[in-house]
Design a protein around this ligand. Structure first.
Ligand code: AMP
Length: 145
């Protein structure tokens, strides 16, 4: 976020001002095996990351919890399933907001989610909006007013 954006009042902010842009977001592709997704999740330290299709449109999200659930069999973990299953078979839906949505729309979206995806008019993935970014902006406004 640059200084001009930091100075904007809540009413003037759009989600694009607060998002982490796509090139800085760890993600996986629909056809990646679960073992690749697990490596990305462990390597990045995030609990979940977005799933994109071949054209960079948002498809869903994948989390460590879902992967561990999927490989847990009756007699313990079936590690071979990590290479058998693909991300698109087990991923979750993910809430998205438009890059030109208002601050309050972003706030509503992250009440129930630690992050949501940001898309353009054609559903192309532009980045993510985290609850942390919304809370930091609110804190700054609280001390400014
Ligand atoms: P934070 O508010 O920074 O703790 O981020 C909340 C969640 O957003 C993380 O647990 C991740 O699932 C996701 N996240 C944050 N930053 C990134 C990133 N750069 N790449 C992928 N996912 C991210």
């Amino acid at each position: 976020m640059d200084t001009i954006r930091e100075d904007k009042h809540l009413e003037d902010i759009i989600i694009a001002d607060l998002m982490i842009s796509s090139e800085k977001v760890a993600h996986v592709q629909l056809n990646n095996p679960l073992e690749h997704a697990l490596l990305v999740l462990i390597g990045s330290g995030y609990f979940a990351v977005p799933v994109l299709d071949d054209s960079n449109k948002l498809a869903g999200s994948i989390s460590k919890t879902v992967i561990l659930d999927q490989i847990l069999g009756n007699d313990g973990y079936e590690v071979e399933r990590l290479s058998e299953l693909k991300v698109h078979e087990v991923m979750d839906d993910l809430v998205s907001v438009s890059e030109d949505a208002s601050f309050i729309d972003g706030l509503k979206a992250v009440i129930d989610e630690p992050f949501v995806c940001v898309v353009d008019d054609e559903e192309y993935f532009k980045g993510i909006l985290t609850r942390r970014a919304i809370l930091k902006k609110l804190k700054r406004e609280y001390y400014r007013r």
